[in-house]
Design a protein around this ligand. Structure first.
Ligand code: DUC
Ligand code: ZN
Ligand code: ZN
Ligand code: ZN
Length: 543
C-alpha cells in the first residue's frame, strides 16, 4: 500500500494555519497533505474520516512527574508519585498527548552526585514498564559541583539528548543560592542546555510559615503555624503572588547577567507573567510555561470541601498555588493570548489520597476545632505536625492533570473563543517541540514529521459531559476537576501512524513509546542589545 493511514476531510491545524485537507501517512511519518486522494492511492490504508473535526499535531506535555519516589520527589516534602511510565503515559494517550517529558532528579545524597548516574537510574524506571507514548527527560540539578557540571553536562546533551535542566529557588532540599544558580546557568549556557526555573522565594515562604525559623528569643506568634493556620487553604497564603514575583524578577536578572536563556515553569501569578513580559520586551530570551490549574482553580478551591476534617482540601495543593481569584485568571488569560506564555503543560504531579506517601487523608478526630476558619491550636497542631499529617507544610505539592490538559484548554479557551485553534496548537505542541529541541520531528503536521495526531470530535456531534475520576487512566484516586463540564475530548490519539486511543478506548500498548533524544532549543535566536550590552551585563565572560 502507498499509505498505512489516511485522515480525510479534517480541519488540519498548525501553529499558523487551518486548512481542510487529507493527510497520507506511511511508516510512521507524514508523507503528504492533499485536497483529496484517488481511490487507488487509498487501497490498503486505514481511513479515518475526520469530517468537521480539528486534526492537530499530538499534544506534547513538557512537564510531567512520573516515578519520583520519596527520595527523588518533586520537592523533598515527602510524597511519592503514584504514576509510573505505564499508567502516566496511558493517561497521556487518553488525553490526546503523544509526547511527554519527565524529570530525572539529582539529590544531595552523595550517591546522586553524578547526573549521569541519576539519569541511568531513572531510565531504568522508564524501561521497567515502557511507555504508551514517546518520552524524554529533563534533569533536575540541586547542587553546583564544578567537576560534575564540567564533565557531565555535555554528555547529557550528546549521549542522552537531555537539553534542559530544572533549577529551584525554593525547597530546602533543592534550592540553589544566587551564586549557585549562576554556576549552573553558566554551565548550561556553555552547553546550550535550556535552564528551567521554579521561581518561588523560599525564604519568604518559610518566614511566613514557620515560627522556628526565627532565632530571636521571642515567640514569633505572628507566623501562620504559630497562629494554628495550618489547614490546606493556608498553603496559598504562605505563597502570595509576590513570592513568585520576587523570584521571577531575580532569576531574570541572574540570567541577564550571564546572557542565559531561561524558561519559567508553572507560572501561576499575574505578577510573574508581568515580569516575564517586561523581560521579553527588553529583548531577553525569557520564556514561560503555564498550566491548567492556574486557569481552572483559585484559592476558593482550597476551601471548598467543608468539613471539620477539612484536609480533603489537600487534594488541591500545588506549588505555586492557584491564583487568588478569577480576576487573576483573567490576567493570565491575556498572557496566553499575547504570547507571554510560550507553552502550556500539565505539571502532572500524581499523589494519591488513600496512600501514606500521598496527600494526607483520614479522619482527624482531634481536629474538631478546625471548623469555621479552620484554625487549630496548641496540642492539636502539635499532634498534626508529629503525625506529619494535615499541616500544609508537610503536604506534598502537586496535582494530577496529564489527561485533562488538552480537554481543559479546549473547553476553557478554544470553545469559548478566547484563543484560536492555531494558538492552541502553538501552546500545546509546536512551541514545546521547538523549545525542547524536538521540532519538526514533533509538533508539526508537515511531510517528514512523525505522524502524531490528536483528532477531536466534530463539535456539533459531541455532547458535553461531566468528568468523574473513574473516566481517567492515571493511578490517582481523585481529579481536581471532578464534576466539571467538558465541551470536547480527543476522539483519536495517533502515535507515529498508530491509533493508540479511539472513541474512549486505549488501543496502544505499553512499549509503543520510544525514548526521544532531544537537541538544543530552537526558539532561542540571536540576542538583542539588552542581552549583550557590555555596560549592562558581563559580556567579557564569553570573550
Ligand atoms: N514543582 C513542580 O514542578 N511540580 C510540583 C511541585 C513543584 O513544586
Ligand atoms: Zn516546580
Ligand atoms: Zn521571632
Ligand atoms: Zn512539576
Amino acid at each position: 500500500a502507498k499509505f498505512d493511514l489516511i485522515i480525510t476531510n479534517g480541519k488540519v491545524v498548525s501553529a499558523s494555519d487551518i486548512s481542510t485537507c487529507c493527510i497520507g501517512v506511511k511508516d510512521g511519518k507524514i508523507r503528504t497533505l492533499v485536497d483529496s486522494f484517488d481511490p487507488e492511492e487509498m487501497e490498503g490504508a486505514r481511513v479515518i474520516d475526520a469530517q468537521g473535526a480539528y486534526v492537530m499535531p499530538g499534544g506534547i506535555d513538557a512537564h510531567v512527574h512520573l516515578c519520583q519516589d520519596l527520595k527523588t520527589g518533586p520537592h523533598g516534602l515527602g510524597g511519592e508519585c503514584s504514576d509510573n511510565f505505564e499508567t502516566g503515559s496511558k493517561s497521556a494517550a487518553a488525553g490526546g498527548t503523544t509526547t511527554i517529558i519527565t524529570f530525572a532528579t539529582q539529590t544531595r545524597a552523595e550517591e546522586d552526585r553524578s547526573l549521569l548516574h541519576v539519569v541511568k537510574a531513572y531510565n531504568a524506571r522508564a524501561e521497567a514498564t515502557g511507555s504508551y507514548v514517546d518520552y524524554g527527560f529533563h534533569i533536575i540539578i540541586v547542587r553546583n559541583d564544578a567537576d560534575v557540571l564540567e564533565e557531565e553536562m555535555s554528555v547529557l546533551m550528546k549521549d542522552w539528548g537531555i537539553s534542559s535542566c530544572k533549577l529551584f529557588l525554593t525547597y530546602e532540599t533543592q534550592r540553589l543560592t544566587d551564586s549557585q544558580l549562576l554556576d549552573v546557568m553558566f554551565a548550561a549556557k556553555k552547553n546550550s542546555m535550556t535552564t528551567m526555573i521554579h521561581a518561588e522565594n523560599g525564604d519568604m515562604i518559610q518566614w511566613l510559615t514557620v515560627k522556628q525559623l526565627c532565632n530571636n528569643a521571642h515567640e514569633c506568634s505572628e507566623k501562620l503555624e504559630s497562629k494554628g493556620m495550618v489547614a490546606p487553604y493556608y498553603h496559598a497564603l504562605s505563597r502570595p503572588p509576590l513570592v513568585e514575583g520576587e523570584a521571577t524578577n531575580r532569576a531574570i536578572a541572574l540570567a541577564q547577567l550571564i546572557q542565559n536563556p531561561i524558561l519559567f515553569v508553572h507560572v501561576g501569578s499575574a505578577l510573574g507573567a508581568a515580569n516575564v513580559r517586561r523581560a521579553q520586551t527588553m529583548g531577553l530570551p525569557v520564556y514561560a510555561e503555564t498550566c491548567p490549574q492556574y486557569f481552572h482553580l483559585t484559592w476558593e478551591d482550597l476551601k471548598r470541601f467543608h468539613s471539620p476534617t477539612c484536609f480533603e482540601n489537600s487534594k488541591m495543593i500545588c506549588s505555586p498555588p492557584p491564583p487568588p481569584d478569577t480576576s487573576d485568571q483573567e490576567e493570565l488569560f491575556v498572557g496566553l493570548e499575547n504570547g507571554t506564555f510560550t507553552i502550556y503543560s500539565s505539571d502532572h504531579c500524581p499523589f494519591r489520597y488513600d496512600h501514606p506517601n500521598g496527600k494526607p487523608s483520614g479522619v482527624l478526630e482531634d481536629a474538631a476545632s478546625m471548623e469555621g476558619e479552620h484554625h487549630c491550636t496548641g496540642k492539636e497542631l502539635q499532634s498534626l505536625l508529629e503525625r506529619k499529617q494535615g499541616a500544609f507544610r508537610l503536604i506534598p505539592n502537586g496535582i494530577p492533570g496529564v489527561e485533562t490538559r488538552l480537554p481543559l484548554l479546549y473547553t476553557g479557551a478554544l470553545s469559548t473563543g478566547r484563543i484560536t485553534p492555531q494558538k492552541f496548537v502553538e501552546l500545546t505542541s509546536t512551541n514545546p517541540a521547538k523549545l525542547y529541541g524536538l521540532y519538526p520531528k514533533k509538533g508539526a503536521i508537515m511531510p517528514g514529521s512523525d505522524a502524531d495526531f490528536v483528532i477531536w470530535h466534530p463539535e456539533e456531534a459531541f455532547q458535553s459531559f461531566k468528568l468523574t475520576n473513574d473516566m481517567l487512566h492515571h493511578n490517582v484516586d481523585y481529579t481536581p476537576y471532578e464534576g466539571m463540564e467538558f465541551s470536547n475530548w480527543p476522539r483519536y490519539t495517533i502515535l507515529r501512524g498508530q491509533v493508540i486511543w479511539e472513541d474512549g478506548k486505549i488501543q496502544g500498548k505499553v512499549g509503543d513509546g520510544e525514548y526521544l533524544k532531544r537537541g538544543p532549543s530552537q526558539l532561542v535566536r540571536g540576542v538583542s542589545k539588552a542581552t549583550k550590552d557590555p555596560r549592562c551585563v558581563a559580556g567579557w565572560l564569553y570573550e
